[in-house]
Design a protein around this ligand. Sequence first.
Ligand SMILES: Cc1cc2nc3c(=O)[nH]c(=O)nc-3n(C[C@H](O)[C@H](O)[C@H](O)COP(=O)(O)OP(=O)(O)OC[C@H]3O[C@@H](n4cnc5c(N)ncnc54)[C@H](O)[C@@H]3O)c2cc1C
Ligand code: SF4
Length: 441
Amino acid sequence: MLSGSAIIIGESKLKKAIVVGSGAGGATVAKELQGKYDVTVLEAGAGFRPSDLNLSVVEKFKKTGLLFDERLIQLLFPVMRIRKTSEKMVLVNGIGTGGTTTISTANAVQKDQHLRTMGIFLDIEFEELSKEIPISTKHQKNWRDNIRHIFEICQEMALQPVVTPKMVDLGKCIRCGRCVLGCQQGAKWDSRHFLNQAIENGARLITGCRAHKVVIENKRAIGVQAILERRPQFYPADLVVLAAGGLSTPMILQNSEIECTAKLFVDPVLCVAARWDGCRQYQDIPMPFIVQKEHFILSPYFDFLSFFFNRKWKFRARDIFSLQIKLADSNYGSISKKGIQKTLINIDKERLREGVRICTEIFNRLGIKNENIFLGTTNAGHPGGMLPLTERETATLHHDVLPGNLYIADATLLPDSLGNPPSLVIMALAKRIGKICLEDA
Ligand SMILES: Cc1cc2nc3c(=O)[nH]c(=O)nc-3n(C[C@H](O)[C@H](O)[C@H](O)COP(=O)(O)OP(=O)(O)OC[C@H]3O[C@@H](n4cnc5c(N)ncnc54)[C@H](O)[C@@H]3O)c2cc1C
Ligand code: SF4
Protein backbone atom coordinates (compact mmCIF):
# COMPACT_ATOMS: atom_id res chain seq x y z
CA MET A 1 0.00 0.00 0.00
CA LEU A 2 1.26 3.45 -0.84
CA SER A 3 0.23 6.24 1.45
CA GLY A 4 1.12 9.88 1.28
CA SER A 5 3.47 9.35 -1.65
CA ALA A 6 3.27 9.83 -5.39
CA ILE A 7 2.48 6.85 -7.56
CA ILE A 8 5.41 4.97 -9.05
CA ILE A 9 4.59 3.75 -12.53
CA GLY A 10 6.28 0.41 -13.09
CA GLU A 11 7.40 -1.22 -16.32
CA SER A 12 4.08 -2.95 -16.90
CA LYS A 13 2.97 -3.08 -20.52
CA LEU A 14 -0.64 -3.37 -19.45
CA LYS A 15 -3.04 -0.49 -19.93
CA LYS A 16 -3.61 1.58 -16.81
CA ALA A 17 -6.91 1.64 -14.97
CA ILE A 18 -7.67 4.00 -12.10
CA VAL A 19 -10.41 2.84 -9.72
CA VAL A 20 -11.65 5.53 -7.33
CA GLY A 21 -12.82 4.10 -4.00
CA SER A 22 -12.36 0.70 -2.37
CA GLY A 23 -15.86 -0.01 -1.02
CA ALA A 24 -18.41 -2.49 -2.31
CA GLY A 25 -18.19 -1.36 -5.94
CA GLY A 26 -14.54 -0.23 -6.15
CA ALA A 27 -12.90 -3.28 -4.56
CA THR A 28 -15.01 -5.62 -6.72
CA VAL A 29 -14.12 -3.92 -9.98
CA ALA A 30 -10.43 -3.61 -8.99
CA LYS A 31 -10.28 -7.38 -8.41
CA GLU A 32 -11.97 -8.08 -11.74
CA LEU A 33 -9.67 -5.77 -13.73
CA GLN A 34 -6.27 -6.41 -12.16
CA GLY A 35 -4.09 -8.60 -14.32
CA LYS A 36 -5.77 -7.52 -17.54
CA TYR A 37 -5.19 -3.90 -16.59
CA ASP A 38 -2.55 -2.38 -14.37
CA VAL A 39 -4.92 -1.15 -11.64
CA THR A 40 -4.35 1.70 -9.20
CA VAL A 41 -6.99 2.25 -6.51
CA LEU A 42 -7.27 5.80 -5.19
CA GLU A 43 -8.81 5.76 -1.72
CA ALA A 44 -9.66 8.96 0.16
CA GLY A 45 -9.47 7.40 3.62
CA ALA A 46 -6.85 5.46 5.55
CA GLY A 47 -6.53 1.73 6.23
CA PHE A 48 -9.60 0.61 8.19
CA ARG A 49 -9.39 0.06 11.95
CA PRO A 50 -12.40 -1.04 14.02
CA SER A 51 -13.54 1.14 16.89
CA ASP A 52 -12.63 0.18 20.44
CA LEU A 53 -15.31 2.46 21.94
CA ASN A 54 -16.37 1.22 25.35
CA LEU A 55 -20.14 1.40 25.80
CA SER A 56 -20.06 1.94 29.56
CA VAL A 57 -17.69 4.90 29.08
CA VAL A 58 -20.12 6.32 26.51
CA GLU A 59 -22.99 5.85 28.98
CA LYS A 60 -21.12 7.96 31.55
CA PHE A 61 -20.14 10.53 28.93
CA LYS A 62 -23.77 10.88 27.81
CA LYS A 63 -24.63 12.24 31.22
CA THR A 64 -22.32 15.23 30.67
CA GLY A 65 -24.59 16.40 27.84
CA LEU A 66 -21.57 16.77 25.54
CA LEU A 67 -22.83 14.21 23.04
CA PHE A 68 -25.24 16.53 21.27
CA ASP A 69 -24.41 16.17 17.57
CA GLU A 70 -23.98 12.96 15.59
CA ARG A 71 -21.03 14.44 13.71
CA LEU A 72 -18.98 14.12 16.93
CA ILE A 73 -18.77 10.36 16.32
CA GLN A 74 -16.05 11.13 13.79
CA LEU A 75 -13.76 12.21 16.63
CA LEU A 76 -14.17 8.83 18.29
CA PHE A 77 -14.39 6.70 15.15
CA PRO A 78 -12.92 8.57 12.14
CA VAL A 79 -14.01 5.88 9.67
CA MET A 80 -17.66 6.78 10.20
CA ARG A 81 -18.44 9.91 8.21
CA ILE A 82 -21.59 11.78 9.20
CA ARG A 83 -23.21 14.49 7.14
CA LYS A 84 -26.54 16.23 7.54
CA THR A 85 -28.95 17.13 4.79
CA SER A 86 -30.50 20.59 4.63
CA GLU A 87 -33.55 18.91 6.25
CA LYS A 88 -31.27 17.68 9.11
CA MET A 89 -31.40 14.00 8.21
CA VAL A 90 -28.24 12.21 9.37
CA LEU A 91 -26.31 10.48 6.56
CA VAL A 92 -23.70 7.85 7.38
CA ASN A 93 -20.97 6.34 5.26
CA GLY A 94 -17.57 4.74 5.71
CA ILE A 95 -14.32 6.40 4.63
CA GLY A 96 -11.25 4.20 4.32
CA THR A 97 -10.27 0.88 2.82
CA GLY A 98 -13.40 -1.23 2.42
CA GLY A 99 -15.63 1.86 2.34
CA THR A 100 -19.03 1.49 3.99
CA THR A 101 -18.83 -2.32 3.98
CA THR A 102 -16.53 -2.15 7.03
CA ILE A 103 -19.29 -0.54 9.13
CA SER A 104 -22.11 -2.62 7.68
CA THR A 105 -24.14 -5.28 9.43
CA ALA A 106 -23.09 -7.86 6.80
CA ASN A 107 -26.53 -8.59 5.38
CA ALA A 108 -26.32 -10.29 1.99
CA VAL A 109 -29.64 -9.54 0.34
CA GLN A 110 -30.33 -10.04 -3.36
CA LYS A 111 -32.98 -7.42 -4.10
CA ASP A 112 -32.50 -6.74 -7.77
CA GLN A 113 -36.10 -6.56 -8.99
CA HIS A 114 -35.71 -2.97 -10.27
CA LEU A 115 -32.78 -4.04 -12.42
CA ARG A 116 -34.58 -7.18 -13.62
CA THR A 117 -37.62 -5.11 -14.63
CA MET A 118 -35.28 -3.04 -16.78
CA GLY A 119 -33.79 -6.17 -18.36
CA ILE A 120 -30.56 -6.31 -16.35
CA PHE A 121 -30.04 -9.88 -15.14
CA LEU A 122 -27.02 -10.43 -12.92
CA ASP A 123 -27.62 -14.09 -12.01
CA ILE A 124 -24.14 -15.19 -13.13
CA GLU A 125 -22.53 -12.49 -11.01
CA PHE A 126 -24.65 -13.34 -7.93
CA GLU A 127 -23.65 -16.96 -8.41
CA GLU A 128 -19.96 -16.00 -8.57
CA LEU A 129 -20.29 -13.83 -5.44
CA SER A 130 -21.94 -16.68 -3.53
CA LYS A 131 -18.79 -18.73 -4.16
CA GLU A 132 -16.40 -15.92 -3.20
CA ILE A 133 -18.09 -14.66 -0.02
CA PRO A 134 -19.08 -16.80 2.98
CA ILE A 135 -22.85 -16.25 3.19
CA SER A 136 -24.95 -18.16 5.71
CA THR A 137 -28.13 -18.14 7.78
CA LYS A 138 -26.67 -20.48 10.38
CA HIS A 139 -26.36 -17.65 12.91
CA GLN A 140 -30.01 -18.46 13.75
CA LYS A 141 -28.90 -21.31 15.98
CA ASN A 142 -27.04 -18.77 18.17
CA TRP A 143 -29.97 -16.39 18.70
CA ARG A 144 -30.84 -15.51 22.25
CA ASP A 145 -34.38 -15.73 23.60
CA ASN A 146 -35.25 -12.06 23.00
CA ILE A 147 -34.69 -12.39 19.23
CA ARG A 148 -36.51 -15.74 19.08
CA HIS A 149 -39.45 -14.21 20.90
CA ILE A 150 -39.72 -11.23 18.52
CA PHE A 151 -39.35 -13.58 15.55
CA GLU A 152 -42.27 -15.67 16.83
CA ILE A 153 -44.41 -12.58 17.36
CA CYS A 154 -43.72 -11.51 13.76
CA GLN A 155 -44.79 -15.00 12.63
CA GLU A 156 -47.99 -14.75 14.72
CA MET A 157 -48.72 -11.41 13.04
CA ALA A 158 -48.28 -13.07 9.62
CA LEU A 159 -45.38 -10.73 8.84
CA GLN A 160 -43.37 -13.64 7.38
CA PRO A 161 -39.97 -12.87 8.92
CA VAL A 162 -37.02 -14.39 7.07
CA VAL A 163 -33.62 -15.19 8.58
CA THR A 164 -31.06 -12.77 7.10
CA PRO A 165 -28.22 -14.27 5.05
CA LYS A 166 -25.03 -12.91 6.64
CA MET A 167 -21.52 -12.39 5.27
CA VAL A 168 -19.95 -13.64 8.48
CA ASP A 169 -17.49 -16.39 9.36
CA LEU A 170 -19.47 -17.86 12.25
CA GLY A 171 -16.43 -19.77 13.50
CA LYS A 172 -14.82 -16.42 14.37
CA CYS A 173 -17.95 -14.45 15.38
CA ILE A 174 -18.21 -13.90 19.14
CA ARG A 175 -21.72 -12.33 18.82
CA CYS A 176 -20.60 -9.01 20.29
CA GLY A 177 -23.17 -7.03 18.27
CA ARG A 178 -20.61 -4.37 17.26
CA CYS A 179 -20.72 -4.93 13.48
CA VAL A 180 -21.39 -1.25 12.71
CA LEU A 181 -18.37 -0.25 14.80
CA GLY A 182 -16.16 -2.59 12.77
CA CYS A 183 -15.48 -6.22 13.55
CA GLN A 184 -12.49 -6.71 15.84
CA GLN A 185 -12.54 -10.48 15.29
CA GLY A 186 -12.16 -10.43 11.52
CA ALA A 187 -15.38 -12.47 11.36
CA LYS A 188 -17.39 -10.06 9.25
CA TRP A 189 -16.68 -10.08 5.53
CA ASP A 190 -16.06 -6.69 3.98
CA SER A 191 -14.77 -5.55 0.61
CA ARG A 192 -11.16 -5.37 1.82
CA HIS A 193 -11.07 -9.07 0.96
CA PHE A 194 -11.55 -8.24 -2.72
CA LEU A 195 -9.19 -5.27 -2.42
CA ASN A 196 -6.48 -7.50 -0.95
CA GLN A 197 -6.96 -10.03 -3.75
CA ALA A 198 -6.46 -7.24 -6.28
CA ILE A 199 -3.31 -6.10 -4.45
CA GLU A 200 -1.93 -9.65 -4.25
CA ASN A 201 -2.44 -9.78 -8.00
CA GLY A 202 -0.37 -6.60 -8.48
CA ALA A 203 -2.80 -3.68 -8.01
CA ARG A 204 -1.58 -0.55 -6.24
CA LEU A 205 -3.55 1.12 -3.47
CA ILE A 206 -2.96 4.78 -2.62
CA THR A 207 -4.67 5.79 0.60
CA GLY A 208 -5.29 9.36 1.75
CA CYS A 209 -5.85 10.26 -1.90
CA ARG A 210 -9.05 12.16 -2.64
CA ALA A 211 -10.11 12.19 -6.29
CA HIS A 212 -11.38 15.59 -7.34
CA LYS A 213 -12.23 15.23 -11.02
CA VAL A 214 -11.74 13.14 -14.11
CA VAL A 215 -9.69 14.96 -16.72
CA ILE A 216 -11.34 14.64 -20.12
CA GLU A 217 -9.77 15.53 -23.46
CA ASN A 218 -11.28 14.92 -26.89
CA LYS A 219 -14.15 12.98 -25.26
CA ARG A 220 -11.70 10.56 -23.59
CA ALA A 221 -10.84 10.34 -19.90
CA ILE A 222 -7.09 10.77 -19.71
CA GLY A 223 -6.72 10.49 -15.95
CA VAL A 224 -7.80 11.64 -12.51
CA GLN A 225 -6.93 14.82 -10.69
CA ALA A 226 -6.67 14.15 -6.96
CA ILE A 227 -5.37 15.60 -3.72
CA LEU A 228 -2.67 13.62 -1.94
CA GLU A 229 -1.23 15.07 1.25
CA ARG A 230 -2.83 18.43 0.41
CA ARG A 231 -1.01 18.51 -2.94
CA PRO A 232 -2.65 18.09 -6.32
CA GLN A 233 -1.61 14.98 -8.21
CA PHE A 234 -2.53 13.75 -11.66
CA TYR A 235 -2.90 10.03 -12.28
CA PRO A 236 -2.90 9.16 -15.99
CA ALA A 237 -5.18 6.33 -17.11
CA ASP A 238 -6.49 4.46 -20.13
CA LEU A 239 -9.62 3.55 -18.17
CA VAL A 240 -11.25 5.27 -15.17
CA VAL A 241 -13.86 3.61 -12.93
CA LEU A 242 -15.58 5.81 -10.34
CA ALA A 243 -16.76 3.95 -7.22
CA ALA A 244 -16.52 6.62 -4.53
CA GLY A 245 -20.06 5.91 -3.30
CA GLY A 246 -23.48 7.45 -3.84
CA LEU A 247 -22.49 10.83 -2.39
CA SER A 248 -18.90 11.26 -3.63
CA THR A 249 -19.14 9.91 -7.18
CA PRO A 250 -21.77 12.54 -8.14
CA MET A 251 -19.46 15.26 -6.80
CA ILE A 252 -16.51 13.98 -8.87
CA LEU A 253 -18.77 13.83 -11.94
CA GLN A 254 -19.98 17.39 -11.39
CA ASN A 255 -16.38 18.60 -10.87
CA SER A 256 -15.67 16.96 -14.25
CA GLU A 257 -18.56 18.94 -15.79
CA ILE A 258 -20.76 15.87 -16.17
CA GLU A 259 -24.30 16.53 -15.04
CA CYS A 260 -26.13 14.19 -12.70
CA THR A 261 -29.87 13.85 -12.13
CA ALA A 262 -31.49 15.02 -8.90
CA LYS A 263 -32.72 11.55 -7.98
CA LEU A 264 -30.84 10.90 -4.77
CA PHE A 265 -32.30 8.22 -2.52
CA VAL A 266 -30.85 7.24 0.84
CA ASP A 267 -33.01 4.46 2.42
CA PRO A 268 -33.91 6.35 5.63
CA VAL A 269 -33.84 4.33 8.84
CA LEU A 270 -36.10 5.09 11.79
CA CYS A 271 -35.84 2.92 14.88
CA VAL A 272 -38.73 2.22 17.21
CA ALA A 273 -37.28 1.34 20.59
CA ALA A 274 -38.64 0.12 23.89
CA ARG A 275 -37.48 -0.28 27.42
CA TRP A 276 -36.95 -4.00 27.99
CA ASP A 277 -34.93 -4.58 31.13
CA GLY A 278 -31.92 -6.83 30.72
CA CYS A 279 -32.62 -7.71 27.07
CA ARG A 280 -29.03 -6.82 26.04
CA GLN A 281 -29.91 -6.48 22.39
CA TYR A 282 -26.72 -4.47 21.79
CA GLN A 283 -24.85 -7.77 22.12
CA ASP A 284 -26.97 -9.59 19.52
CA ILE A 285 -25.92 -9.96 15.92
CA PRO A 286 -27.69 -6.99 14.27
CA MET A 287 -30.57 -7.49 11.81
CA PRO A 288 -30.84 -11.26 12.38
CA PHE A 289 -34.09 -11.47 10.43
CA ILE A 290 -36.02 -9.23 8.07
CA VAL A 291 -39.72 -8.60 7.53
CA GLN A 292 -40.28 -7.45 3.94
CA LYS A 293 -43.17 -5.04 3.41
CA GLU A 294 -43.87 -3.45 0.05
CA HIS A 295 -42.07 -0.16 0.72
CA PHE A 296 -39.97 -0.86 3.81
CA ILE A 297 -38.35 -3.58 5.85
CA LEU A 298 -38.40 -4.19 9.60
CA SER A 299 -35.57 -5.79 11.53
CA PRO A 300 -34.19 -5.90 15.09
CA TYR A 301 -31.30 -3.41 15.20
CA PHE A 302 -29.68 -1.65 18.14
CA ASP A 303 -29.17 1.90 16.85
CA PHE A 304 -25.84 3.05 18.30
CA LEU A 305 -26.20 6.54 16.81
CA SER A 306 -29.55 7.14 18.55
CA PHE A 307 -28.20 5.58 21.74
CA PHE A 308 -25.19 7.93 21.74
CA PHE A 309 -26.90 11.15 20.66
CA ASN A 310 -30.68 11.03 21.09
CA ARG A 311 -31.84 12.22 24.51
CA LYS A 312 -34.96 10.04 24.32
CA TRP A 313 -32.64 7.02 24.52
CA LYS A 314 -32.09 7.63 28.21
CA PHE A 315 -32.04 4.03 29.44
CA ARG A 316 -28.93 1.89 29.77
CA ALA A 317 -27.91 0.06 26.61
CA ARG A 318 -28.65 -3.29 28.26
CA ASP A 319 -32.29 -2.27 28.77
CA ILE A 320 -33.14 -1.10 25.23
CA PHE A 321 -34.58 -3.18 22.40
CA SER A 322 -35.01 -1.55 19.04
CA LEU A 323 -36.64 -2.37 15.71
CA GLN A 324 -35.46 -0.74 12.52
CA ILE A 325 -37.75 0.54 9.78
CA LYS A 326 -35.75 0.94 6.58
CA LEU A 327 -37.71 2.81 3.95
CA ALA A 328 -37.44 2.65 0.17
CA ASP A 329 -37.68 6.43 -0.17
CA SER A 330 -38.89 8.33 -3.21
CA ASN A 331 -35.92 9.58 -5.19
CA TYR A 332 -36.26 13.32 -4.60
CA GLY A 333 -32.88 14.65 -3.62
CA SER A 334 -29.48 15.81 -4.76
CA ILE A 335 -25.92 16.49 -3.75
CA SER A 336 -23.92 19.39 -5.12
CA LYS A 337 -21.47 22.03 -3.93
CA LYS A 338 -24.47 23.71 -2.27
CA GLY A 339 -25.00 20.72 0.03
CA ILE A 340 -27.26 17.70 0.29
CA GLN A 341 -30.99 18.02 -0.21
CA LYS A 342 -33.18 15.08 0.68
CA THR A 343 -36.88 15.50 0.97
CA LEU A 344 -39.16 12.89 2.48
CA ILE A 345 -42.45 13.46 0.70
CA ASN A 346 -45.85 12.76 2.29
CA ILE A 347 -46.05 9.20 1.01
CA ASP A 348 -42.62 8.44 2.54
CA LYS A 349 -43.77 9.85 5.87
CA GLU A 350 -47.00 7.83 5.71
CA ARG A 351 -45.02 4.63 5.06
CA LEU A 352 -42.77 5.36 8.03
CA ARG A 353 -45.87 5.88 10.19
CA GLU A 354 -47.18 2.49 9.04
CA GLY A 355 -43.86 0.94 10.08
CA VAL A 356 -44.09 2.61 13.50
CA ARG A 357 -47.62 1.20 13.92
CA ILE A 358 -46.43 -2.36 13.21
CA CYS A 359 -43.39 -2.06 15.51
CA THR A 360 -45.61 -0.67 18.28
CA GLU A 361 -47.92 -3.66 17.92
CA ILE A 362 -44.97 -6.05 18.15
CA PHE A 363 -43.86 -4.39 21.39
CA ASN A 364 -47.44 -4.33 22.72
CA ARG A 365 -47.70 -8.09 22.10
CA LEU A 366 -44.54 -8.44 24.19
CA GLY A 367 -46.39 -6.67 27.00
CA ILE A 368 -44.60 -3.33 26.61
CA LYS A 369 -46.82 -0.30 27.09
CA ASN A 370 -46.84 2.66 24.70
CA GLU A 371 -45.33 5.00 27.31
CA ASN A 372 -42.16 2.86 27.24
CA ILE A 373 -41.80 3.09 23.48
CA PHE A 374 -39.72 5.85 21.85
CA LEU A 375 -38.28 6.72 18.45
CA GLY A 376 -34.71 7.08 17.24
CA THR A 377 -33.09 9.69 15.02
CA THR A 378 -33.80 9.31 11.31
CA ASN A 379 -30.54 8.37 9.65
CA ALA A 380 -29.57 6.83 6.36
CA GLY A 381 -26.65 4.92 4.93
CA HIS A 382 -27.56 3.75 1.42
CA PRO A 383 -27.14 6.81 -0.81
CA GLY A 384 -27.40 6.33 -4.56
CA GLY A 385 -29.29 7.06 -7.74
CA MET A 386 -27.65 10.29 -8.94
CA LEU A 387 -26.87 8.85 -12.41
CA PRO A 388 -29.31 5.95 -12.56
CA LEU A 389 -29.31 3.26 -15.21
CA THR A 390 -32.23 3.35 -17.63
CA GLU A 391 -33.46 0.89 -20.27
CA ARG A 392 -31.03 2.48 -22.74
CA GLU A 393 -28.03 1.20 -20.79
CA THR A 394 -29.11 -2.36 -20.02
CA ALA A 395 -26.41 -3.92 -22.23
CA THR A 396 -23.57 -1.43 -21.73
CA LEU A 397 -24.21 -0.27 -18.12
CA HIS A 398 -22.60 2.91 -19.44
CA HIS A 399 -24.25 6.31 -19.94
CA ASP A 400 -23.82 8.33 -23.11
CA VAL A 401 -22.96 11.40 -21.01
CA LEU A 402 -19.72 9.67 -19.98
CA PRO A 403 -16.64 9.33 -22.19
CA GLY A 404 -16.34 5.77 -23.57
CA ASN A 405 -13.50 4.90 -21.18
CA LEU A 406 -15.12 6.28 -18.01
CA TYR A 407 -17.39 3.94 -16.03
CA ILE A 408 -19.27 4.16 -12.76
CA ALA A 409 -19.45 1.07 -10.53
CA ASP A 410 -21.28 1.99 -7.35
CA ALA A 411 -24.70 2.86 -5.91
CA THR A 412 -24.86 5.97 -8.14
CA LEU A 413 -26.13 3.64 -10.91
CA LEU A 414 -29.05 2.13 -9.02
CA PRO A 415 -32.34 3.18 -10.64
CA ASP A 416 -34.35 3.22 -7.42
CA SER A 417 -34.04 2.90 -3.71
CA LEU A 418 -34.02 -0.78 -2.74
CA GLY A 419 -35.17 -0.12 0.84
CA ASN A 420 -32.94 -3.08 1.52
CA PRO A 421 -29.25 -3.77 2.10
CA PRO A 422 -27.75 -3.01 -1.34
CA SER A 423 -24.11 -4.11 -1.25
CA LEU A 424 -24.63 -7.52 -2.89
CA VAL A 425 -26.46 -5.86 -5.78
CA ILE A 426 -23.74 -3.19 -6.08
CA MET A 427 -21.03 -5.85 -6.14
CA ALA A 428 -22.88 -7.87 -8.80
CA LEU A 429 -23.22 -4.72 -10.93
CA ALA A 430 -19.53 -3.88 -10.42
CA LYS A 431 -18.54 -7.39 -11.48
CA ARG A 432 -20.53 -7.08 -14.70
CA ILE A 433 -19.01 -3.64 -15.32
CA GLY A 434 -15.53 -5.11 -14.85
CA LYS A 435 -16.34 -7.73 -17.51
CA ILE A 436 -17.67 -5.08 -19.90
CA CYS A 437 -14.49 -3.00 -19.44
CA LEU A 438 -12.41 -6.07 -20.28
CA GLU A 439 -14.47 -6.75 -23.43
CA ASP A 440 -14.05 -3.09 -24.45
CA ALA A 441 -10.30 -3.31 -23.88
C1 LIG B 1 -24.38 1.49 9.30
C2 LIG B 1 -24.54 0.86 7.95
C3 LIG B 1 -24.83 -0.50 7.86
C4 LIG B 1 -24.97 -1.11 6.61
N1 LIG B 1 -25.24 -2.43 6.55
C5 LIG B 1 -25.37 -3.03 5.34
C6 LIG B 1 -25.60 -4.43 5.25
O1 LIG B 1 -25.70 -5.13 6.25
N2 LIG B 1 -25.69 -4.99 4.01
C7 LIG B 1 -25.62 -4.22 2.88
O2 LIG B 1 -25.77 -4.77 1.79
N3 LIG B 1 -25.42 -2.91 2.94
C8 LIG B 1 -25.25 -2.29 4.14
N4 LIG B 1 -24.98 -0.97 4.21
C9 LIG B 1 -24.83 -0.21 2.96
C10 LIG B 1 -23.58 -0.59 2.16
O3 LIG B 1 -22.47 -0.76 3.00
C11 LIG B 1 -23.32 0.47 1.13
O4 LIG B 1 -24.52 0.73 0.42
C12 LIG B 1 -22.25 0.05 0.13
O5 LIG B 1 -21.02 -0.18 0.78
C13 LIG B 1 -22.10 1.13 -0.91
O6 LIG B 1 -21.13 0.73 -1.83
P1 LIG B 1 -20.39 1.82 -2.73
O7 LIG B 1 -19.34 1.12 -3.49
O8 LIG B 1 -21.44 2.58 -3.47
O9 LIG B 1 -19.74 2.86 -1.69
P2 LIG B 1 -18.82 2.66 -0.42
O10 LIG B 1 -18.80 1.25 0.05
O11 LIG B 1 -19.20 3.71 0.54
O12 LIG B 1 -17.36 2.96 -0.99
C14 LIG B 1 -16.95 4.24 -1.41
C15 LIG B 1 -15.44 4.34 -1.25
O13 LIG B 1 -14.95 5.51 -1.90
C16 LIG B 1 -14.06 6.21 -1.03
N5 LIG B 1 -14.13 7.62 -1.44
C17 LIG B 1 -15.13 8.51 -1.23
N6 LIG B 1 -14.86 9.67 -1.84
C18 LIG B 1 -13.66 9.51 -2.47
C19 LIG B 1 -12.84 10.35 -3.28
N7 LIG B 1 -13.21 11.60 -3.60
N8 LIG B 1 -11.65 9.86 -3.74
C20 LIG B 1 -11.25 8.59 -3.43
N9 LIG B 1 -12.00 7.75 -2.66
C21 LIG B 1 -13.19 8.21 -2.22
C22 LIG B 1 -14.58 5.90 0.35
O14 LIG B 1 -13.57 6.07 1.34
C23 LIG B 1 -14.99 4.43 0.19
O15 LIG B 1 -13.89 3.57 0.36
C24 LIG B 1 -24.83 -0.33 5.44
C25 LIG B 1 -24.55 1.03 5.52
C26 LIG B 1 -24.39 1.62 6.77
C27 LIG B 1 -24.07 3.10 6.84
S1 SF4 C 1 -21.23 -9.75 15.96
FE1 SF4 C 1 -19.18 -9.05 16.57
S2 SF4 C 1 -17.79 -10.75 16.06
FE2 SF4 C 1 -19.73 -11.14 15.00
S3 SF4 C 1 -19.42 -10.25 12.96
FE3 SF4 C 1 -20.40 -8.65 14.19
S4 SF4 C 1 -18.68 -7.49 15.04
FE4 SF4 C 1 -17.84 -9.40 14.29
